[in-house]
Design a protein. Structure first.
Length: 342
């Protein structure tokens, strides 16, 4: 399989992260990219550097205000007296109340950053931009005739909304890939396999009928993002019925996961998409630091083999999966599983 990768991801090395009130280094570290790259190299996949696809693919998904913020936030923040090394929001608008778009960088940070898991450092914008280029390039490969392509995206993207960073994510790579595929296909489906709900992706397409969003994740009653990701969220307006959440009990293993996956395949087939985007989180693994689900390494191979059997042109976009000795083997198993049934 062709793997699209940019070493620009290393420019993003977030340090600030709050876990149960304690400040720690982020789990979303450059070593993730290194381990994933080593895994695809070991298995002999062809590694491609993405082209610069310009601003249009990200602008088709995210607002101009938000993109300007991401591009300029770090420089503006560092002009503040006694500012931290990373942009970290500490004040946010209150939902349901009147809100004026702010001018001050502290207000802008609160408006465009949903939590403290997405600090912006000196290299964050460039890394996020090239991560999005990876997703766009993989989508273009599929549009040009590849059966499938894998975008090794870092930072990840599925928690990023149209105008808000969130949960390690800045630009929504899966949404950008899906929107790019829409230039060639009337209908595109997104299948999110990350342990956490793809809340940003849901938000982007929630009122649209041309992109079906399906998320398999640990129950949001017990796991972030808490406020969204529940089964009753099915879309609004034109998008009513085109958003499907399948929350799974914490600790669900291979058998339960595969059974639930086969049920959502019925929805995907009924939608009859021309292409599929898979938000490939590997953090559903039994030994991932987040421990929300209990999929085994072999289980990832079985899951992706069934995804491949759908027979759709497929863009695999890397999402979660955090530092452990299992990370590389999990990716290798997933790609081998897909290849076995493609």
């Amino acid at each position: 399989m062709k793997v699209v990768y940019s070493d620009k991801h290393q420019l993003h090395d977030p340090q600030f992260f709050i876990v149960r009130g304690k400040v720690k280094r982020s789990n979303e570290q450059p070593e993730r990219g290194a381990r994933l790259l080593a895994a695809v190299r070991r298995d002999g996949h062809e590694i491609i550097t993405p082209d610069d696809h310009g601003a249009a693919p990200r602008a088709a998904v995210h607002t101009p205000q938000y993109l300007r913020f991401l591009e300029t936030a770090y420089a503006r923040w560092r002009e503040l007296p006694d500012a931290s090394e990373e942009v970290v929001a500490n004040v946010h608008p209150f939902p349901g109340q009147p809100c004026t778009y702010p001018e001050h960088i502290v207000g802008l940070a609160g408006y465009h950053m949903g939590d403290t898991a997405c600090p912006i450092g000196a290299g964050t914008w460039e890394a996020a931009m090239w991560s999005a280029h990876c997703a766009t390039h993989a989508a273009q490969l599929v549009m040009d005739g590849e059966r499938a392509a894998y975008a090794l995206c870092r930072p990840p993207g599925h928690h990023a909304y149209v105008d808000r960073a969130n949960g390690f994510c800045y630009l929504n790579n899966a949404a950008i890939a899906a929107q790019h595929l829409r230039t060639a296909h009337r209908r595109v489906a997104i299948l999110d396999l990350d342990v956490h709900h793809g809340n940003g992706t849901q938000g982007i397409f929630y009122r649209r009928a041309d992109v079906l969003t399906v998320s398999m994740h640990a129950d949001a009653h017990s796991t972030t993002p808490f406020f969204v990701g529940h089964a009753h969220e099915t879309g609004e307006a034109d998008g009513l019925g085109y958003n499907i959440n399948r929350p799974l009990p914490v600790g669900t293993g291979d058998a339960g996961y595969l059974a639930a996956l086969r049920r959502v395949f019925l929805d995907i087939k009924a939608f009859a998409p021309g292409a599929l985007v898979v938000a490939l989180g590997l953090d559903a693994h039994e030994r991932d630091p987040y421990k929300g689900l209990a999929v085994t390494t072999d289980g990832f191979g079985a899951i992706l083999a069934e995804v491949a059997a759908l027979g759709l042109p497929t863009v695999l976009v890397q999402e979660g999966g955090y530092l452990s000795d299992d990370l590389g083997p999990n990716l290798a198993s997933a790609l081998r599983g897909f290849a076995s049934a493609a």
